[in-house]
Design a protein around this ligand. Structure first.
Ligand SMILES: *Cc1c(COP(=O)(O)O)cnc(C)c1O
Length: 373
């Protein structure tokens, strides 16, 4: 699904010397490289504060810890997403409330969101799924009306722009009170292990989250909050600091591959290509098709036999996961997400896809579809 080897080989010398610099300095935790990367990412995103942490899940958890929520407070999140979004809500003793998504963009449904708000609702965690921003202008408006926090899950959307009605463009993760991202190797900006970051323009929240990520410590060995230990390693920061220079190029490569897929599949009535929102650029963390009357398992097997990977993101919506049965949702509660879980298929998507590879993939997908007609 990704080709991290070829991506690395093109920037091998820069990466290696960045790593060597950290080894020579022996500053493995905090210090030089982490601060440099943090500053560079703040500049790239045009955001006041970037707080590097150990992974994207921690970023979400620390964000919610900083909001001062109480057990029983409700946090709304889409049901069609990676589990981490709801997991941290549950871990903190808060109540995850899930809502449906839009069939075309896979992102949180504004209509479903409005219906889910109760007096106990305290925060919304929209997920910018597959690399395209949710409808943030509407979400921020709803949050203002109901006095709710907005924590963006931008783990799949770093570098994407949201375009407000007045034409203003803001980077993904920098619109709500807080934004979270992941530097997991296969993410759009990936390191060589685990990593993550929190974004905010709010000075007070930034200070609190920085402290929470460091055992709740503001002054050394004085602990003002219950915290956690969540750090980005200096070696990972050195790698990310190199790769950040290529993020826009990586995004262009992904968009070029997506356009190739689009062109190949757009005339095929049995494949629905990913919709583009007018309000967001798409950085294609995933290229996800919707299959119409196609045996998905058979297609996956057919492709696998030709050496082409294809993945189902995600096969089960949050509300039907075993661990979350206590939320008492039922099959049928969120029909769009349930339908998507049955019909989505993600194709290889990364920065190194060649024309030959794309031709081979699209040819085989189309062959399977035609043979079944
Ligand atoms: C990857 C991801 C996370 C978690 O990030 P980790 O770094 O793996 O903890 C959270 N939410 C979404 C939508 C993700 O894609």
């Amino acid at each position: 699904m990704v080709d991290l080897k070829n991506q690395y080989l093109k920037i091998q010398h820069q990466i290696n010397s960045g790593i060597q610099e950290v080894i020579d300095s022996t500053t493995f935790i905090k210090g030089g490289k982490v601060t440099e990367f943090q500053k560079h990412l703040e500049d790239y995103l045009h955001v006041k504060h970037v707080i590097p942490v150990a992974n994207g899940t921690d970023a979400l958890q620390i964000s919610l810890m900083a909001l001062g929520l109480k057990p029983g407070d409700e946090v709304i999140t889409p049901t069609f997403t990676f589990i981490a979004t709801a997991e941290v809500v549950a871990l903190l003793g808060l109540t995850p409330v899930v809502v449906d998504v839009d069939f075309d963009t896979f992102n949180i449904s504004i209509e479903s969101l409005k219906k889910a708000i109760t007096p106990k609702t305290k925060a919304i965690v929209p997920v910018h799924l597959f690399g395209q921003n949710a409808d943030m202008e509407e979400i921020l408006q709803i949050a203002r009306e109901h006095n709710l926090f907005v924590v963006e899950d931008a783990c799949q959307s770093i570098g994407s722009d949201y375009i407000f009605a007045d034409g203003q463009k803001v980077k993904s993760g920098c619109m709500g009170d807080i934004g979270c991202t992941s530097f997991f190797p296969s993410k759009n900006l990936g390191c060589f292990g685990d990593g993550g970051a929190i974004f905010t323009n709010n000075d007070e929240l930034a200070e609190k989250m920085r402290a929470i990520a460091n055992h709740g410590m503001v002054v050394r060995y004085y602990h003002d909050f219950v915290g956690v230990n969540s750090r980005l390693d200096s070696i990972q920061a050195a790698i990310l600091d190199v790769k950040l220079n290529f993020l826009d190029k990586y995004t262009t490569n992904r968009q070029t591959a997506a356009s190739f897929y689009d062109k190949a599949f757009s005339d095929c009535g049995k494949l629905i290509i990913p919709a583009r929102s007018e309000k967001s650029t798409h950085v294609f963390h995933q290229y996800t098709l919707q299959l119409v009357d196609i045996d998905r398992a058979a297609l996956v097997k057919y492709l696998a036999d030709k050496g082409i990977p294809a993945m189902i993101y995600y096969p089960v919506p949050l509300h039907l996961q075993k661990a979350y049965t206590d939320l008492r949702y039922q099959q049928g509660d969120f029909p769009v997400a349930e339908k998507l879980c049955d019909c989505v298929l993600s194709l290889p998507m990364h920065t190194e896809l060649t024309k030959d590879q794309l031709e081979f993939i699209t040819k085989n997908v189309l062959e399977f579809v035609k043979n079944k007609e």
